[in-house]
Write a protein that binds this ligand. Structure first.
Ligand code: FES
Length: 106
C-alpha cells in the first residue's frame, strides 16, 4: 500500500499506509491523523479535510475539479498547494506523498 506522510504544524510527521482506491481523507480517518476533521464524510461540502500538498507533489496530482476548487476558497488560509484530501484518491503513483496539515480547519 502506498505510504503517505502527514506533517503537522509543529513539524511532527506520521507516515501511514493507505490502500489504493481509498481517499487520503479516509486513510487519515483510519489512522486518527490530528487536524483532519472531514465533517461531511467525504462529500466535498465542508473543506475540513484541507491539507497543503508538499511542493514537490503538487504536479503529480490531477487538477482539482471545479467543486473542489470552489470549496477551497472557504478553507482556512488556502494556498496554491491546497487540496481537499477527500478528493485525492490513492494510486501507486502516489507512493511517498507528503501533505502538510493546516494549523486549523475553517
Ligand atoms: S471531507 Fe468534507 S470536503 Fe472533504
Amino acid at each position: 500500500m502506498p505510504k503517505v506522510t502527514f506533517i503537522q504544524p509543529d513539524g511532527s510527521a506520521e507516515t501511514v499506509e493507505i490502500a489504493e482506491g481509498l481517499s487520503v481523507m479516509e486513510g487519515a480517518m483510519e489512522y486518527g491523523i490530528p487536524g483532519i476533521l472531514a465533517q461531511c464524510g467525504g462529500g466535498c461540502s465542508c473543506s475540513t479535510c484541507h491539507c497543503y500538498v508538499a511542493d514537490e507533489w503538487v504536479a503529480a496530482l490531477p487538477a482539482p475539479a471545479d467543486d473542489e476548487s470552489g470549496l477551497l476558497e472557504f478553507a482556512w488560509e488556502p494556498k496554491e498547494s491546497s487540496r481537499l484530501t477527500c478528493q485525492i484518491h490513492i494510486t501507486p503513483e502516489l507512493e511517498g506523498l507528503i501533505l502538510h496539515v493546516p494549523e486549523q480547519q475553517i
